[in-house]
Design a protein around this ligand. Structure first.
Ligand code: SF4
Ligand code: SF4
Length: 510
């Protein structure tokens, strides 16, 4: 990694607040979406002539629609509690990566156009016109936020910078200034059914190949079914699970769990993606389109349960938004939603996370493990932001922290926690969430991973940790890429169900 064009942060003896380096990341910008992508998304192809007027109009619309945004614009007291909580600030020292400064990029414009003092005496209240320079600053620094919500945990007012970021991105999309990576992914999903653009026949081939591999490995006919009508469970999982390493190891594990428990299940080629990048752009319309695919697949296949695979932001969308977006779960009143609510089995949480599903089976004694098969691993767990701070598992507070750890401890003997201020609610982002998992932002990604790498190094050096489990497709992809920059093997990261897969007894081994 000696030839990269940027400096990798160096491990520190004691984590301290970094010295300020103004403008350190001002050059960091993702590629702008081209005209074709923007238009297919329903946005202007390029920056519209009257973009300032349109941006303020959209801003006003969002302030009227989302009361939280208005409250966040008005309530910051600049106490500074959030300043050193963002992984991008810690690793770059760029003051504009302080959460409060990121919010102020938008708040200064809010003051100018939506408050009386800002209209009358802009310079006295820190109000700014939305100039091209300010817009470019938005594009740079709102694409340096992974929407991880760590800062909001420390804010006495609960101000959620992630929501501010989403609103800014939404405004930029609406005036023709979208980000290439996220918008391209949303389009692929809408056209083909998944983020990777993997068509149905290719998916079928992949799953057949997987069945052969698992048979060779275990001697057991574990099935990875696709589009099976009448199956009990529809599994919606991130498409990276179908081919990427280490993701596929978790998919193998899910199949083994269903097999060992004797529960029929299916994947859907139409809804072959749990990820939902509409969240990252703050676009509820796009988020809804993706969610509706899951509803349609569930209705067509006649399943009784919907289970979501290991993906952080997908679980957030499923847990927090599916009900109002599409009637998955409870809440919506349109005929399809009511049909679905009548179809799904009310005895189960709908949707369920795969960790909840596996943990329920473990508690019922329906799964058996040879834990010593994981003895070559000393395991730690990286809580993924969207699971930790934006959703829950089980029906009690903190279930999202306990249940994945319970599953790990049920299948493995050696478990170690990382430092308390880097896990659970205070977990650090992997550095690649929220739509920044693209190679044009590799510097940001590598630097953003630094606080997690420091915590990992502590337990790797101190307790010999050699496996970091996580339940997020983005975390897995991000860590596989950035671990080598910090002197670790890329195979150090893997899924919780990879560990389940190693230890589970299938019941009919040869
Ligand atoms: S949401 Fe996360 S990435 Fe964004 S400013 Fe807060 S801590 Fe930083
Ligand atoms: S912690 Fe909250 S109130 Fe304090 S500066 Fe940060 S956003 Fe503003």
């Amino acid at each position: 990694m000696a030839d990269q064009a940027f400096k990798i942060p160096e491990y520190r003896e004691f984590p301290t607040i970094p010295a300020l380096v103004p403008g350190a990341m001002a050059h960091s910008k993702p590629y702008v979406a081209n005209e074709k992508i923007q238009q297919e998304m329903g946005f202007p192809g390029q920056l519209v002539d009257n973009w300032e007027e349109k941006a303020i109009e959209k801003f006003g619309e969002l302030l009227g629609k989302y009361r939280s945004l208005k409250v966040f614009m008005d309530s910051c007291v600049h106490c500074g509690a959030c300043t050193d909580k963002c992984h991008y600030f810690i690793s770059t020292g760029d003051p504009k990566n302080m959460p409060v400064a990121r919010q102020d990029l938008m708040r200064s414009v809010y003051r100018r156009y939506f408050t009386l003092p800002g209209k009358l005496f802009p310079s006295l209240v820190g109000a700014r016109d939305l100039t091209r320079e300010v817009l470019d600053e938005w594009f740079s620094y709102f694409w340096q936020c992974s929407e991880c919500r760590r800062c909001s945990v420390f804010c006495p007012y609960g101000i959620d910078t992630a929501e501010v970021t989403m609103a800014a991105r939404h405004i930029m999309d609406s005036i023709g200034y979208g980000q290439k990576y996220s918008n391209e992914i949303i389009l692929k999903l809408n056209k083909i059914g998944n983020n990777l653009g993997l068509p149905g026949p290719a998916l079928e081939n992949t799953l057949e190949g997987l069945e052969e591999d698992v048979k060779d490995d275990t001697g057991v006919d574990v099935k990875y079914p696709l589009n099976v009508k009448g199956a009990e469970v529809l599994l919606v999982t991130p498409s990276a699970d179908f081919f990427a390493e280490p993701h596929i190891e978790s998919l193998i594990g899910y199949g083994k769990v269903f097999h060992a428990a004797g529960i029929s299940w299916t994947l859907s080629s139409y809804a072959s993606e749990a990820g939902n990048f509409g969240l990252f752009n703050g676009s509820y319309e796009h988020m809804r389109e993706v969610a509706l695919r899951v509803r349609k697949a569930a209705l067509e296949l006649g399943v009784k349960r919907i289970v979501v695979g290991e993906c952080g932001h997908a679980w957030r969308v499923a847990y927090a938004f599916w009900n109002t977006l599409s009637g998955l779960g409870a809440g919506a009143k349109d005929p399809f939603a009511i049909e679905l609510q009548n179809q799904l089995d009310p005895r189960y949480m709908q949707p369920s996370h795969i960790c909840e599903f596996t943990w329920d089976l473990i508690q019922q004694g329906r799964l058996k493990f040879d834990k010593e098969k994981n003895d070559h691993r000393i395991i730690t767990f990286h809580d993924s932001c969207n699971v930790a701070r934006a959703s829950r598992m089980g029906n009690y507070p903190g279930g999202q922290f306990e249940i994945p750890r319970n599953v790990i401890k049920a299948v493995a003997n050696n478990y170690v926690e990382m430092a308390p201020d880097t896990i659970c609610e205070s977990t650090f982002c992997c550095g690649g969430g929220g739509g920044v998992l693209t190679d044009d932002l590799i510097e940001l990604r590598v630097k953003g991973a630094f606080p997690r790498m420091e915590a990992l190094k502590q337990v790797a050096d101190g307790q010999g940790v050699n496996f970091m489990a996580t339940i997020c497709a983005i975390c897995k992809a991000q860590f596989s890429k950035v671990l080598p920059y910090y002197g670790f093997d890329m195979r150090l990261v893997g899924g919780v169900h990879q560990l389940v897969s190693t230890a589970i007894r299938l019941g009919d081994e040869q």
